[in-house]
Design a protein around this ligand. Structure first.
Ligand SMILES: O=C(O)C(=O)[C@@H](O)CO
Ligand SMILES: [Mg+2]
Length: 260
């Protein structure tokens, strides 16, 4: 049975961030994820999780100067000390939040820049993260982002992510397989799921093309969920979608999967 996590960056977004924890719990979720925790003290977030009986299952390393187009510093040559500072900060939060997995954001490769230099920087910095996270039993995931969402991101295809995970070659570094991006770029979702399954550490879902509830559009999610069950996926599935309207009104798709 899939373990669905509410993505509190996108879901319940009609209320202030700190109120979304209660909303998720009231809607029946037991797991949550969101992009970044750093605007709040970790202890305040942990208290909210505990109060509402929730487990945090994923968040991201810091993205850098997003207003100026940054989307992660980990792959940026010359920015290694900032990237490692962000990795250390992510680890502190993961320990405090008892979060099992962190997405280490790569970054954007400027037009005309040498992609290999960015990839090599990413590999070195993620290996640093892997060593720092290992004693705490915390996993790292890497995610491909489709060009319609983040043009020129270092990892575009699921095959880019697989190649990076293989090059990094650390047992606590895996793929964050987001079916929305995977369908936008690669297609053949069930074949990729099977081929990459051993390397998948976290999953996210949304409809394609509109990034809404997973009950519309070109991806047959009931089929994907059954396949993941069949393969024995034991991780979490983040509901990283923009609800069509009020989040609660769009949760009909979840009824068949509610944990008893
Ligand atoms: O955009 C996505 O997809 C994500 O999972 C974000 O956390 C990273 O951009
Ligand atoms: Mg995603």
């Amino acid at each position: 049975m899939p373990k669905f996590a509410a993505n509190l960056t996108m879901m319940f977004a009609d209320r202030p961030f700190l109120e979304r924890f209660k909303a998720a719990a009231d809607a029946g979720f037991r797991y949550v994820e969101y992009l970044w925790p750093y605007d709040y003290p970790a202890a305040e977030l942990k208290a909210l999780l505990d109060k509402h009986g929730l487990k945090q299952v994923l968040f991201n390393s810091a993205a850098g100067d997003t207003k100026n187009g940054e989307w992660g510093l980990t792959a940026l040559p010359g920015r290694e000390s900032e990237a490692r500072r962000d990795i250390d900060q992510a680890l502190e939060y993961a320990i405090a939040l008892e979060c099992p997995t962190v997405h280490i954001m790569a970054g954007v490769v400027p037009a005309g820049a040498d992609r290999n230099a960015y990839l090599n920087t990413y590999i070195d910095n993620v290996r640093y993260a892997s060593e720092r996270f290992r004693p705490h039993g915390i996993h790292i995931v890497l995610e491909a982002l489709s060009p319609q969402v983040k043009p020129n991101y270092l990892l575009k295809s699921q095959y880019d992510t697989l190649a990076a995970v293989e090059a990094i070659d650390r047992d606590n570094v895996r793929i964050q397989f987001d079916y929305y991006h995977a369908q936008n770029v690669d297609g053949q979702l069930s074949a990729m799921t099977k081929a990459m399954f051993a390397r998948i550490g976290h999953i996210q879902i949304a409809s394609v093309p509109d990034r809404h509830e997973p009950d519309e559009g070109e991806v047959n999610y009931p089929y994907i969920f059954a396949l993941l069950d069949e393969l024995g996926y034991a991780g979490y599935i983040g509901c990283e979608y923009n609800p069509r309207g009020k989040t609660e009104d769009g949760l009909g798709w979840l009824a068949a999967y509610r944990e008893k």
